[in-house]
Design a protein around this ligand. Structure first.
Ligand code: CAA
Length: 282
C-alpha cells in the first residue's frame, strides 16, 4: 500500500512539526486535536516556520502554499479513517495515549501502521492495547522537527520487520535519518539526555553554579548548541519530569529520581519557555 495520506494526532509543538515535515514532503495530512483553537495555533506556527524556510531559500513560496493546502485540520478523530499511516503526538500521559490507541485501532483500516512519537512510554505497552501489535512502532522526532535530522525508530516486542522498514523509508522521504532502537524506558535519546539535564538541575539546587554558568560550560566546553538548562526550558520542565518518572519507575534505579527542584518548579507552573518562566524568564 502506498502511503499518501498521514494522520497526525495532537497539534502541539511536536504534532505541528510532524505535520509540517510530512506536508512539506508532499503527503496529505489530517491534523487532529480536541479543540479548534489548538489547530488554529498549530497552523499559525506551521505558516511561520514554512515562511522561515522560504526566507532561507530552502523552499519556494509555492512550496509553502502547497504544503499548507495539504494540511487539513480536524477535531473529529474518526476522520483519520481515511489515512494510510498515523502518528500519535498527544500529551505524554499513558492514560491519554491508552484512550487514543484503543480508538485508533477501532477507526483505522487494519493494514494501517500506528506510530507513536512518545519520548519514553513503552511501545510494547501501547501495542498491547491494540489488535495489531505488529503494526505499532515508535517514531520519535526531535524539536524543532523541521530542523532536527534524527528520527529514533523504536521496535516494540511484536513490531514486524515490514512495519520497521516502512517507517525507515518514510523517514528518508522526510529527509530525516532513522536510527534503530529497541524498546526500553527513555529509549536512547532520553535515557542519556534526561539524566544530564536532571544532574544540571541538581547542580543549580546545590549551588554548584548558576544556570547561566552551567549552560556556558556545555556551550563553550562541549559545543552543545544550547546548555542543558536552556534545553530543559525549551523541552518543557513538565515533559522532563514525566520522562524522568517513566525511567525511574521503569528501570527502578534511584539514579533516575527527578531532582526535587525540577518537581518544585513544575508545581509552581514554571514550565520553561511555554509558560514564560523556567530556569530563565521569557
Ligand atoms: N522551524 C523551522 N526552522 C527552524 C525552527 C523551527 N521551529 N527553529 C529554528 N529553525 C531554523 C532556522 O531557520 C535556522 O536555519 P539555518 O540553519 O538554515 O539558518 C536554524 O534552524 C537555526 O536557527 P537559529 O539560527 O534561529 O537559532 P539557533 O542557531 O540558536 O538554532 C536550534 C536553534 C536549532 C533550536 C538549536 O539551538 C539547537 O539545535 N538546539 C538543540 C535542540 C535540541 O536538542 N533538540 C532536541 C530536544 S529533545 C526532543 O525534542 C525530544 C524529547 O524527547 C524530549
Amino acid at each position: 500500500m502506498e502511503i499518501r495520506k498521514v494522520g497526525v494526532i495532537g497539534a502541539g509543538t511536536m504534532g505541528n512539526g510532524i505535520a509540517h515535515v510530512f506536508a512539506r514532503s508532499g503527503f496529505s495530512v489530517v491534523l487532529c486535536d480536541v479543540e479548534r483553537r489548538f489547530l488554529d495555533r498549530a497552523l499559525e506556527t506551521i505558516t511561520k516556520n514554512l515562511e522561515r524556510e522560504v526566507q532561507k531559500n530552502k523552499i519556494t513560496i509555492d512550496d509553502k502554499a502547497s504544503a499548507l493546502q495539504r494540511i487539513e485540520p480536524v477535531t473529529e478523530r474518526a476522520r483519520v479513517a481515511e489515512c494510510d499511516f498515523i502518528v500519535e503526538a498527544a500529551t505524554e500521559k499513558f492514560e491519554i495515549k491508552t484512550e487514543i490507541f484503543r480508538d485508533l485501532d477501532r477507526v483505522a483500516r487494519p493494514e494501517v501502521i500506528l506510530a507513536s512519537n512518545t519520548s519514553s512510554i513503552s511501545i510494547t505497552r501501547l501495542a498491547g492495547l491494540t489488535g495489531r501489535p505488529e503494526k505499532v512502532i515508535g517514531m520519535h522526532f526531535f524539536n524543532p522537527v523541521p530542523v532536527m535530522k534524527l528520527v529514533e525508530v523504536i521496535r516494540g516486542l511484536a513490531t514486524s520487520q515490514e512495519t520497521f522498514t516502512t517507517v525507515c523509508e518514510l523517514a528518508v522521504k522526510l529527509e530525516k535519518t532513522a536510527v534503530e532502537v529497541n524498546d526500553a524506558p527513555g529509549f536512547v535519546s532520553n535515557r542519556v539526555l534526561m539524566p544530564l539535564i536532571n544532574e544540571a538541575i541538581y547542580a543549580v539546587m546545590e549551588g554548584v553554579a548558576t544556570s547561566e554558568a552551567i549552560d556556558e560550560v556545555f556551550k563553550l566546553g562541549m559545543a552543545h548548541p544550547m546548555g542543558p538548562l536552556t534545553l530543559a526550558d525549551f523541552i518543557g520542565l513538565d515533559v522532563c519530569r514525566d520522562i524522568m518518572r517513566v525511567m525511574h519507575e521503569g528501570l527502578g534505579d534511584p539514579k533516575y529520581r527527578p531532582c526535587p527542584l525540577l518537581l518544585k518548579m513544575v508545581d509552581a507552573g514554571w514550565l520553561g519557555r511555554k509558560s514564560g518562566r523556567g530556569f530563565y524568564k521569557y
